[in-house]
Structure formats: structure tokens, C-alpha cells
Design a protein around this ligand. Structure first.
Ligand code: NAD
Length: 235
């Protein structure tokens, strides 16, 4: 049983209430995700808490553009699926640095009326960022009723900047550092519309046009040096 690790927030990608299982996708980026990756079938972790925060707002909006970047594709998948089930036309854009890092393409295709794939290096789909594909769509006259984006903070910042001139409601799923995940510690605080919000209980989804992304990006970099030291010590 793994008993020593940090508390980390992970987003579910799928679940089966009857079978009692949940599915998550994570990338090995630090001490705890490395510990998780070493686990074998049948191993146990000490505690798993959830679901936390507020559920995604799913409704019949009309045409919804769902955007997933990197590991964030795992989190946009259940949202895109729910949007489709609610009767929306779903246009999805998923992007990764390179073809090898692209996940859940088949799953995303199965819940989307149209799927656009991008890679930063052009090894699959359109070369460029997800925001390039989004800009093409909007400049081409596509009308969207809502955009939902999950991925790196910088991606969500630029998705929000891309939709702002068009006045399209844009929802982003924030990934600030979390600790207790109950609204007590304040580590995950973000500024939305000039007011302090806790991502763990008030989010993770917020209006991207209201989020202070520069503050979020600063706070995400707060412990980079400590993380580097721990990773080096573990090697
Ligand atoms: P990454 O750095 O490989 O980027 C993935 C894609 O995002 C790129 O291919 C590109 O299309 C887009 N992107 C990156 N930088 C951009 C920029 N400057 N402008 C426009 N688009 C840009 O992503 P990764 O390493 O897989 O990281 C995934 C991120 O998603 C992590 O930061 C993780 O915390 C976050 N995440 C959030 C949730 C959530 O629920 N909030 C869930 C899973 C993952």
C-alpha cells in the first residue's frame, strides 16, 4: 500500500457506478505520479477522496466547442460526451506536443460531430496549437454558443483571449496547486472577476474571460525549484 505521497488533484476520465470503478489518466511529472505509476494491479493507495468541487455545467447550449490540450484531453472527454448527450452539436479540438502524446483520439471522435487534431510539431493533424485551429474556425465564420477548454493554464489563457472578441462564453477548468481540497487551506486560490475563489470548492470550472491567468501562472510556478530538488533526490 502506498502511504507516502502528496495529495494531488486528478480529474476522472471515466467511471462505472455499477462496477464501482473510476478511470484516470496521469502523466509522470513528479514524485507522487511516479509512485502511482509504480503500482501494480491489486495494490492500494491509502486515501482517495472525491468527487470534489462543483460539477460541470452541462445543458443544451446549441453548438459547443470542446478543447483539450495534452493530458487535459482526459478531462474534456467526459464533458464532451455529456454535452453530446444533452443534445448539443459538439466540435472538438484536441492537441498535443507530438503524435505520441496524443491520447483518447478515438473516444473524442465517438462523442464529437467534428474532431480537429493538432500537434505542435505537425506529426499528426494540423501543425500548431489548439488555439490556431480555434482561430481558423472563428475567422471562418463558425458561430459557437459555448467553448469549454481543459489543458495547460497558458493554453486556457489563449483560448479565452481567442474567444473574447467574439463574446463566446468560455469555460476553463483550472489546475491550480491544491492541498486539502476542502476550501480550508487556500493554496488553490485564484482571482476570478477580481474576487478570490478556491478552485477546489468553487471550481474547477470558471469563466475564462474573468480569470486572472497571469496570477495563476505565477502561482503554478511557486514550487518549481522544490519539485526539481525532490525529483533529483528520487533519481
Ligand atoms: P502540453 O504542454 O503538452 O500542451 C498541450 C497542448 O496545449 C499543446 O499541444 C497546445 O495545443 C496547447 N498549448 C500549449 N501551450 C500553448 C500556448 N502557449 N498557446 C496555445 N496553446 C497552447 O500539455 P501537458 O504537458 O499535457 O499538460 C496538460 C495540462 O493540463 C497540465 O498543466 C495539467 O495540470 C492540466 N490538466 C488539467 C485538468 C483539469 O481538470 N483542470 C485535467 C488534466 C490536466
Amino acid at each position: 500500500m502506498v502511504e507516502e505521497g502528496e495529495r494531488i488533484p486528478l480529474t476522472l476520465y471515466d467511471w462505472d457506478p455499477k462496477g464501482g470503478t473510476i478511470s484516470m489518466v496521469f502523466q509522470e511529472v513528479g514524485k507522487t505520479t511516479r509512485l502511482l505509476a509504480k503500482m501494480a494491479a491489486g495494490d492500494r493507495i491509502l486515501n482517495l477522496v472525491g468527487p470534489l468541487g462543483l460539477p460541470s455545467h452541462v445543458d443544451r447550449f446549441g453548438r459547443v466547442v470542446c478543447i483539450g490540450g495534452g493530458v487535459g484531453i482526459a478531462a474534456i472527454f467526459p464533458i464532451a460526451r455529456a454535452m453530446k448527450l444533452a443534445g448539443n452539436e459538439v466540435i472538438s479540438i484536441i492537441g498535443a506536443r507530438t503524435a505520441d502524446l496524443l491520447i483518447l483520439e478515438g473516444e473524442m471522435r465517438s462523442v464529437s460531430d467534428r474532431l480537429i487534431v493538432t500537434t505542435d510539431d505537425g506529426s499528426k493533424g494540423r501543425k500548431g496549437f489548439v488555439t490556431d485551429a480555434l482561430r481558423d474556425l472563428l475567422e471562418g465564420g463558425l458561430r459557437a454558443d459555448r467553448v469549454v477548454a481543459v489543458g495547460p493554464a497558458v493554453m486556457m489563457k489563449f483560448v479565452s483571449e481567442t474567444t473574447r472578441p467574439y463574446g463566446i462564453k468560455t469555460i476553463v477548468s483550472l489546475n491550480s496547486i491544491m492541498l486539502d481540497a476542502t476550501g480550508m487551506c487556500g493554496v488553490c486560490r485564484v482571482s476570478v472577476g477580481g474576487r478570490t475563489k478556491f478552485t477546489c470548492v468553487d471550481g474547477p470550472e470558471f469563466d475564462g474571460h474573468e480569470v486572472d491567468f497571469d496570477l495563476l501562472l505565477d502561482r503554478l510556478n511557486q514550487y518549481v525549484e522544490e519539485e526539481r530538488r525532490i525529483a533529483a533526490a528520487d533519481c
